[in-house]
Design a protein. Structure first.
Length: 263
């Protein structure tokens, strides 16, 4: 029986990278940790990084793209990203320095779908504060899995996509009280809470409560180091959605393997 395998290699503002595998298709979604760390964590899960067939980038913030260039050049892995993301990544000095040169990047339009191996990748534009940023749903013909972080807010169409998914890795970035009482400058707090920032624990839980009836499980990702804890994220979700759905936390510090999606 085929299975859809998902591993969060790291999730948070210190770097994001996710591995997905269905049949013969192996992909990395975002590459915001070093190539060496990516290879080591894949190896610990029994995966050779050189078997990865593509890197798909959600947006050009350093914690999502900084390792892509080295992975691309060292292991000859092609890179897919939107035209706007490519422009921002190659014109922002800090990101461009880390990324280096990409040979023949594959540019796609936000909102379109494309095929890689046995997977259909559906993209959706997000209002996060990066140029031409997107989130994803992956369909292997039997199951559908979403990676949805750095969303900004619960924008039009997001819930409808969540409704179609069998499992999701969803951002649950901050606890509202911790952010309000924490040490961040007021301007930073306002940016995080704005429509171009991140989803709170409450917003994430309400999204699942309303639209996640089909989900087998949810993995909460991109937790803030200073404005959230795994315990608070889980407690908030349990309070709002109850105990019927299996919940997991994508670690900021190590890889997290979640249950495979059996066909």
């Amino acid at each position: 029986m085929n299975a859809f395998r998902i591993i969060s290699l790291q999730s948070g503002s210190n770097g994001n990278c996710y591995f997905i595998e269905s049949g013969e298709t192996r992909l990395l979604i975002d590459a915001g940790i070093t190539a060496s760390r990516t290879a080591d964590r894949l190896n610990a899960c029994g995966i050779d990084v050189s078997s990865v067939q593509g890197i798909i980038i959600s947006h050009a913030h350093s914690d999502h793209i900084s390792g892509a260039g080295v992975l691309h050049r060292r292991y000859k892995i092609p890179v897919w990203l939107t035209r706007g993301t490519y422009h921002q990544a190659t014109t922002s000095p800090n990101v461009a320095r880390k990324l280096g040169k990409l040979q023949e990047p594959h540019l796609f339009q936000a909102g379109e779908s494309f095929q890689l191996g046995g997977l259909t990748i559906e993209t959706m534009s997000t209002p996060h504060d990066a140029q031409d940023s997107v989130c994803f749903a992956f369909d292997d013909g039997s199951v559908r899995f979403g990676i949805m972080t750095d969303l900004g807010c619960r924008f039009l169409g997001l819930g409808e996509m969540v409704e179609t998914l069998d499992a999701i890795l969803l951002e649950s970035n901050y606890d509202e009280t911790m952010l309000a009482t924490g040490a961040y400058p007021e301007e930073t707090k306002q940016r995080i809470q704005s429509d171009i920032g991140h989803l709170s624990n409450v917003e994430s839980a309400k999204l699942i409560q309303k639209y996640g009836k089909k989900l087998r499980w949810a993995c909460l990702g991109h937790l803030s180091e200073h404005n959230n804890t795994p315990q608070k994220a889980l407690q908030t979700h349990r309070t709002i959605i109850g105990d019927s759905l299996d919940l997991f936390i994508a670690s900021r510090y190590q890889y997290t393997e979640v249950p495979t999606l059996e066909h």
